[in-house]
Design a protein around this ligand. Structure first.
Ligand code: URA
Length: 252
């Protein structure tokens, strides 16, 4: 969506429409580093970097992106060693990742500037569902379904909450999310969907490890009611509308 530069600046709280027009005419405003003198210039708030006297303008109001996180990126605002997921979304909105995926995990990651929403999604009391697609080192045993549904000891103070495991057969639609190199495992019992309601450190990998298996590849397909669109390519992000808070109430 594009909006006029003077409206963008006024909406961002920089001043009244006539004050920001003056600023623009005095050449105090840049779009993507280029000085602009016309208030009617169009900006794309999610893509353009607008600065006043060299200071980046942050839009007021909340925004949330759904990113298809690629492997190799860390979920942090800053990191000295690795690229961060923040490099994959617009830089001018005080954004932060909602929770973490491991560096080698792909899939749905929310990035927001809405602290309340992040809290609702991550609160241990709300038990928001997260579904992961996992490729395993060897075929999943049916017994895992019962073990996971009872909760497993992964070395923490308490066992995990009950989780739902589905072992994918060769027809499972979720196989479409697998990268090409893993499609050979379709129907082998080595691809599984696990839905958990917590967000413990390395939880999925530790759960499979606890039952004697290992995760070779991991992708998050959904978070609460949000599902990763198949059309969203790795590294791409889209703006999302979050469901109303009632959607995150604790399950019975
Ligand atoms: N569980 C894991 O083991 N890793 C992730 O990145 C997310 C959940």
């Amino acid at each position: 969506m594009q909006i006029r530069l003077d409206k963008f600046l006024a909406d961002a709280g920089i001043g009244t429409r006539s004050e920001v027009k003056n600023l623009i005419k005095r050449k105090a405003v840049t779009i993507n580093g280029i000085c602009v003198a016309k208030p009617e210039m169009k900006v794309t708030p999610d893509a353009d970097e607008v600065a006043v006297n060299g200071n980046l303008v942050t839009m007021r109001g909340s925004v949330t992106y759904m990113l298809h996180k690629p492997a190799g990126y860390v979920c942090a605002v800053k990191d000295d060693r690795f690229p961060t997921v923040m490099e994959l979304v617009p830089q001018n909105r005080d954004l932060f990742p909602v929770g973490r995926l491991d560096k080698d995990t792909e899939g749905l990651l929310l990035i927001t500037n809405d602290g309340g929403m992040a809290h609702r999604m991550l609160s241990p009391h709300r038990h928001v569902d997260k579904t992961y697609l996992a490729v395993l080192d060897h075929p999943a045993e049916k017994a895992y379904i019962t073990l996971f549904s009872a909760g497993v000891d992964i070395g923490d103070e308490t066992p995990t909450l009950p989780a739902r495991l589905m072992i994918c057969d060769g027809e499972s639609p979720e196989l479409d999310y697998l990268p090409k190199e893993y499609r050979i495992y379709a129907g082998s019992g080595r691809v599984a969907l696990l839905t958990i309601h917590e967000g413990r450190y390395h939880q999925v990998k530790r759960m499979f490890h606890a039952v004697g298996n290992e995760v070779l590849y991991l992708k998050r397909l959904s978070f609460g009611s949000l599902v990763l669109p198949l059309s969203l390519k790795k590294g791409e992000a889209i703006c999302v509308e979050l469901p109303k808070p009632e959607m995150f109430l604790k399950r019975p």
